[in-house]
Design a protein. Structure first.
Length: 270
């Protein structure tokens, strides 16, 4: 079986129905990358997703969530890049048919499904590049469950032996988000207001780490960086990703004016 590095670029997107996932699929399609958009087989919106992912170059896949089934699909589809954009919210989990997901959504979805996909990539023999959407502040020792599970995923990813790229944005929000997350939207609004104040006070080194991003901006960066061979085993913090607005006069230029400007670093041990 050939390794992913020996094949033409192909993508597998898990979490393709989410806010960022949909945008990632669109940006991959714009670049002409054949893409498999995975949708949970128990989704109540399968017909809708079949239409939305019915564009040329995109295939919808409904493989069941088990390591064996996912490994078989990865081996069959032969993706060079697997995008793990999985996540849920406590509000959404309350309506899940899964008791485990309702009880502990971050452990079940954000950690459990992501690690299942990671292990499936390893056992498939394909060894694709694993692109993981983490979060600012991810730390396996964090007291916050959301940040802790992301820290644990990062540790497993680092130990997996696969090439990886990790992204740690701050708030991901925008007026185009279909799912209403009032607390998240409020948090992004307040944070961006603080960012503007920091710019006014010339506290430039703190500004870019906090600013929110919308899905289109983030996904464009995710796709561009992930398809760059030189980004292997790199972690991209929020301040290494594009800004919403140009910095105020007098601020030092952002470290990420070009993605390959040396700002990235390998994932540190946790």
């Amino acid at each position: 079986m050939p390794h992913a590095q020996e094949l033409p670029v192909r993508a597998f997107v898990a979490g393709s129905t989410g806010y960022v996932g949909r945008a990632v699929v669109q940006h991959l399609q714009k670049r002409g990358v054949p893409t498999t958009a995975h949708v949970r087989p128990d989704s109540t919106r399968l017909e809708e997703w079949a239409v939305r992912f019915g564009s040329p170059g995109v295939i919808m896949d409904t493989t069941e969530w088990s390591e064996e089934a996912m490994a078989a699909t990865i081996a069959k589809m032969e993706p060079t890049h697997v995008f793990a954009l999985l996540g849920t919210s406590r509000k959404r989990a309350r309506h899940s048919a899964s008791l485990a997901e309702r009880h502990d959504p971050y452990e079940t979805v954000d950690y459990g499904l992501t690690v299942m996909l990671l292990r499936a990539c390893v056992s498939s023999g394909m060894r694709p590049r694993f692109v993981y959407l983490s979060s600012l502040g991810a730390d396996l020792n964090a007291r916050n469950a959301y940040l802790s599970v992301r820290g644990r995923v990062e540790r497993e990813l680092r130990d997996s032996g696969l090439d990886y790229v990790v992204f740690r944005p701050s708030f991901i929000s925008g007026p185009d988000r279909e799912e209403r997350r009032l607390a998240e939207r409020l948090g992004a609004t307040v944070t961006d207001a603080v960012v503007r104040l920091m710019e006014f006070l010339r506290l430039g080194r703190f500004v870019a780490r906090l600013e929110s991003m919308d899905a289109d901006m983030l996904s464009a960066a995710i796709v561009e960086i992930s398809l760059d061979a030189s980004s292997a085993n790199m972690v991209f913090e929020r301040d290494q990703l594009p800004r919403r607005r140009k910095p105020s006069r007098g601020l030092p230029p952002s470290r990420n004016e070009h993605y390959s400007n040396g700002a990235s670093a390998e994932m540190p041990p946790r």
